[in-house]
Design a protein around this ligand. Structure first.
Ligand code: FES
Ligand SMILES: [Fe+2]
Length: 432
């Protein structure tokens, strides 16, 4: 449970809000690189942290992300012309480069021209890992990008997708780090489970032991979460996830075979569009080898395991059609009757309303990771308001980790036993 004040602090991200200020200290994914793939291609509307923005790639291939509204008379620059190294407003022809400089003001005669005095808000943007990353904080505090291993891998070894989620970012994060729901929300019915003897071993443990024992540790990048389930007679099945500040998560490998050291892994970023909408980013990576075409299709394609989305990245199964809930399937097949893991997640998270009232919850032992993440991020926001910068933003190397799932002997320490699986690979040195 949170106080009404802390819930407000946690969820509001607009300019000038304490949490908005904190999130603006970090680089994060803004859009897919393919949305503005070609120089001089059409500008694209963006909305992030409650700010309307416009993104474009200029003639020289540089990426610009500017305040969406022309500083002359506030026309939306979406209607602009992307030409000759700048975006030109179609109302009176003012033109802006990727840094927000007004480079042409053709509506004013030379003697009253004040182009040099006009500066449009612009945010630094960098392409990496198939995404465009943005930094929306004070220029003098700009850190290096986080060293996520997956963002450096060659294209054949990674995928990234985004989906619209119609609720506040914090309840999406909490849904992601809530490891205990997997045994319910994403499970098959008991009948279905018994009928299918060929389920991967990982799923077997998740299905048999529905009361995992959680161990949650505060670590440098955020929260390290282990969930212990009974494995074979002499072993435990461990599922280790990381929650990296402010809104990233790493998810253990989805592999039917036993060799977890060669496995791919998945992760999410929940980037606030505004207080009531979120981009749910999903990335998949295999640091050891290329994805097979089938794996690439499953993890990256819009029709893959993440389910179909429309041209605006909104899932086809959404709250307007109750996520296409099928009551017959719910009786005989899956726990929810909703197909697709992300649709199941979105259904429960969006059903809480745009911003859940955390003053009316009852939390249990299985919510310990959520409690730890909330405590940490609220403290970070309060500290920043008091003048203390978030160390996480300035240590990109902390972010080079992998999630894992594995069996360990019952007497083994999970942190020691999984350390080699959680270490990230080589990434280029941060150029700060
Ligand atoms: S409103 Fe954009 S140039 Fe006038
Ligand atoms: Fe889930």
């Amino acid at each position: 449970m949170l106080s009404v004040e802390d819930n407000e602090l946690l969820t509001k991200v607009g300019p000038g809000s304490p949490m908005g200020d904190l999130l603006r200290r970090f680089w994060f994914p803004a859009m897919l690189e393919e949305e503005i793939a070609a120089p001089d291609s059409p500008p694209v509307k963006l909305r992030l942290l409650g700010e309307d923005l416009i993104a474009f790639k200029d003639t020289d291939g540089r990426i610009g992300i500017l305040d969406a509204y022309c500083p002359h008379r506030r026309v939306h620059l979406y209607f602009g012309r992307n030409e000759e190294c700048g975006l030109r407003c179609v109302y009176h022809g003012w033109k802006f480069d990727v840094d927000g400089n007004c480079v042409d003001m053709p509506s004013e005669p030379e003697e009253t021209n004040f182009a040099h005095k006009v500066k449009q808000t612009s945010y630094p943007a960098v392409a990496r890992g198939g995404m465009v990353w943005i930094y929306m904080g004070p220029k003098e505090k700009i850190p290096a990008l986080p060293d996520f291993e997956w963002a450096y891998l060659p294209q054949m070894q990674r995928t990234s997708t985004k989906r619209l989620q119609q609720c506040n970012w914090a309840q999406a994060v909490e849904g992601g780090i809530d490891s205990s729901h997997i045994s319910f929300l994403h499970s098959s019915t008991d009948a279905q489970f018994t009928a299918n003897k060929n389920l991967p071993r990982r799923n077997k443990y998740l299905g048999i032991d529905r009361h995992p024992v959680f161990d949650v540790r505060d670590v440098d990048y955020g929260v390290l979460i282990s969930a212990r389930r009974n494995g074979e007679e002499d072993s435990y099945y461990w599922r280790i996830t990381q929650c990296l500040m402010p809104f990233y998560q790493m998810i253990p490998p989805v592999v039917p075979e036993d060799d977890t050291s060669k496995a791919s892994y998945t992760g999410h970023a929940w980037v606030p569009i505004d207080d009531e909408n979120t981009w749910t980013w999903t990335f998949s990576a295999n640091p050891h080898r290329d994805f097979t075409p089938k794996e690439a299709e499953i993890s990256g394609g819009a029709g893959g395991m993440w389910g179909p989305i429309d041209e605006n990245y909104r899932p086809v199964q959404n709250r307007d059609n109750n996520y296409m809930l099928d009551r017959v399937a719910q009786k005989n097949d899956t726990f929810t009757g909703i197909s697709g893991i992300p649709n199941q997640d979105a259904a429960v998270q969006e059903s809480m309303g745009p911003i859940v009232d955390r003053n009316r919850e009852y939390l249990g032992q299985s919510d310990s990771a959520i409690i730890a993440w909330r405590r940490r991020i609220i403290e970070m926001a309060k500290n920043l308001s008091a003048g203390e910068e978030p160390a996480e933003a300035h240590h990109p190397e902390w972010y080079n980790v992998r999630s894992c799932s594995t069996l360990l002997r019952r007497d083994e320490d999970w942190q020691e036993g999984t350390a080699w699986l959680r270490a990230g690979g080589e990434v280029p040195k941060a150029a700060e």
